[in-house]
Design a protein. Sequence first.
Length: 467
Amino acid sequence: MKNDLCALSATDLVRCYSRKQLSPVEVARAVLARIERFNPVLNAFCLVAEGQAMERAKQSEKRWAKGSPQGLLDGVPVSIKDLLLTRGWPTLRGSKTVDPKGPWNDDAPVVARLREHGAVLLGKTTTPEFGWKGVTDSPLTGITRNPWNPKMTPGGSSGGGAAAVASGMGPLTVGTDGGGSIRIPCAFTGLFGLKPSFGRVPAWPLSPMGTVAHVGPMARTVTDAALLMNVLSLPDARDWHALPHDGRDYRIGLDEGVRGLRIAYSADLGYAKVDSEIKKIVDTAVKTFTHLGAHVEARDPGFEDCGPLFSAHWFPGAAYVVRNTHPRKRALMDKGLLETARMGEKVTTAQYLDAIQKRGALGVLMNRFHQSWDLLVTPTLPLAAFEAGKEVANLLKEKRWTDWSPFSYPFNLTQQPAATIPCGLTRKGLPVGLHIVGARYADALVLRAARAFESAHPMPMPDLSRL
């Protein structure tokens, strides 16, 4: 992707526009041509709005010609996950049960902010049905594939966006993360992804999965993710969970490094089973922080397996989704979602309230942990990408996607900022992710640490000539 308009970062694009070295129109044409070429292989987009994208690019070109850009992302191509409402476009959520006729009169907060800042909206990216699992396939849109190897899954549930950005179909995408849905696909496709502190990025409507669900940026560079965060984190009155807007520019201080930081490294959280090759790659990657001047020490955070606790929150959300679907339409739904919903129906009120109490205790534990440690670093995932179209890598060892994603969902429960950044490739040439977790509201510190790592290990991109 060298010397390719589709390989340029959003930061590079804005710089080139300001210097009149590039036009938003020629960039939009290049990205749309890339989509036309590779989307039939990867199935990253479920809706491509070519005409609207070109019109927005032409409007942007006129603004840049006058030296009066509309905002931070004027002329930058961006895609939207098909769980997020987008005015004028169907938001089908990977489901045959949603009526495409709409009406579709509303933008989600992040989409509204992107429009206000002049972004060129390309279309909607694929998701599993209602974002229920950690891979991306659905009854409506079929199987989405990994640009590093199309036989493999890109992960999920923001897998369409990950496949798009990793293959140059736009430098930025917006994902959601209710249990790892930004970090899982970014780890499988070699991208940077941030799950911000809960409430830092406004969301509306509230996810059926409740307060474990976050919205955040996915990009090929940390600086691009910080730029996108500046837009996504702007206030919106429709989210009553939202944090007060702090007005921060997440690019400021990004290159201050990690010297003097206290970083705890947990290879397995004390209980997770990690592939030996993944562990070796991550063990080596963590040494980078020591070389950069941080104090790094092996230390588990001290909580037990959070799988049952997360399931007690997530599975009732699935039950809620199914319960609100007309009975005649349920036969059209993903069988795995229906199975998960049945498990969620079995969670009693007493069990759910108990899970809320245990979640609070977990949050307190991590608050105290971060009194001693600035950051916690782990593998993002215990395995590399596996065969596309499957929910789990090995049915003999795993039943649900939550069985192979033990590092991600604990920090949805605690609402902490957590990011993944690529840290190496397996022998089969598949990306491995390094997971960086900060104390609640320390989003800027997580970005700073990721940028320090990226400066020592630039992110590789897949060889698209093999597709």
